[in-house]
Design a binder for this molecule. Structure first.
Ligand SMILES: [Zn+2]
Length: 186
């Protein structure tokens, strides 16, 4: 009898341990907040730029030839235009924004909003159009946003944007080119 009780007790302890283990796992997962879920796709490519394969590959000389000096400085050299200086900062026409390096359609004007930060800001993007890279320059840890096709530097993404994504894609006007929506009923 005593022996059976010990076995029953051991069994009960084992079950409790399994439950505790399971709960701590799911608690770990539940600490991932909605914002992080939203940014999961964005950040999972972080740090992969060196090994990223971009469809469009050109030598620096060719890029220098094709781009203006300012475009080259920003798109290929990760530069930043002066705040409030960009032509699309306060531009709110309906249409699309293409990569200035390769013409890849990237942002939709529907997701553009006034963030007052001094650069064109979007709260969403089709995740297949961009890649993100951890950027530790200037003593900050930021998430760089590059064109998925040519690797051109577009800007950075921050987690202080509006709902529903909570994201702010802070983009250089120089890195994008606006294409007006010419379809009716937009
Ligand atoms: Zn591009």
């Amino acid at each position: 009898m005593q022996h059976n009780r010990i076995i029953a007790l051991a069994f009960a302890v084992a079950i409790v341990l399994i439950i505790i283990t399971y709960n701590s796992d799911s608690q770990g997962n539940s600490t991932v907040n909605d914002l992080e879920k939203n940014t999961k796709n964005i950040t999972e490519n972080t740090n992969e730029k060196d090994t990223m394969n971009f469809e469009i590959k050109k030598s620096e000389d060719v890029w220098k030839d094709e781009l203006s000096e300012e475009e080259y400085r920003i798109l290929r050299g990760k530069g930043t235009e002066r705040a409030f200086s960009g032509k699309y900062n306060l531009h709110f026409e309906g249409g699309e924004y293409l990569c200035a390096g390769c013409g890849n359609t990237i942002f939709d004007s529907d997701t553009k909003y006034s963030s007052h930060c001094g650069w064109p800001s979007f709260y969403d993007v089709d995740s297949s159009k961009v890649k993100t890279v951890e950027d530790r320059s200037y003593g900050m840890v930021r998430t760089e946003v590059v064109c998925a096709k040519c690797g051109g530097h577009l800007g950075h993404v921050f987690k202080d944007g509006p709902e529903p994504t909570g994201l702010r894609y802070c983009i250089n006007s120089v890195s994008i080119k606006f294409k007006k929506d010419t379809t009716e009923n937009k």
